[in-house]
Design a protein around this ligand. Structure first.
Ligand SMILES: [Zn+2]
Length: 82
């Protein structure tokens, strides 16, 4: 608990567009690797941002991402809806 996680509202994270589930690796589906980049180092409790429960094809999953990609997606989403 050394570095405080930036507070991003739950409802914003829930609306972030994610890559299609069928394009992700098993590690990404489990949330152990950034959902936007399977080549990144595995996420840790300190680096991961929980993107919330998602449903796809009748099953649910719990994507997580690094802070960098989450902030990039937040900016892209803000521009798309502006
Ligand atoms: Zn990432």
């Amino acid at each position: 608990m050394s570095t405080p996680t930036p507070t991003i509202p739950r409802e914003v994270l829930d609306l972030l567009p994610l890559p299609p589930l069928n394009t992700l690796t098993d590690a990404q589906e489990r949330g152990s690797v950034c959902v936007w980049d399977p080549t990144e180092d595995p996420l840790t409790a300190e680096t991961a941002i929980d993107l919330g429960e998602r449903w796809a094809d009748g099953s649910h999953w719990f994507p997580r991402a690094c802070r960098t990609h989450t902030e990039t997606a937040l900016r892209a989403g803000a521009e798309a809806t502006a």
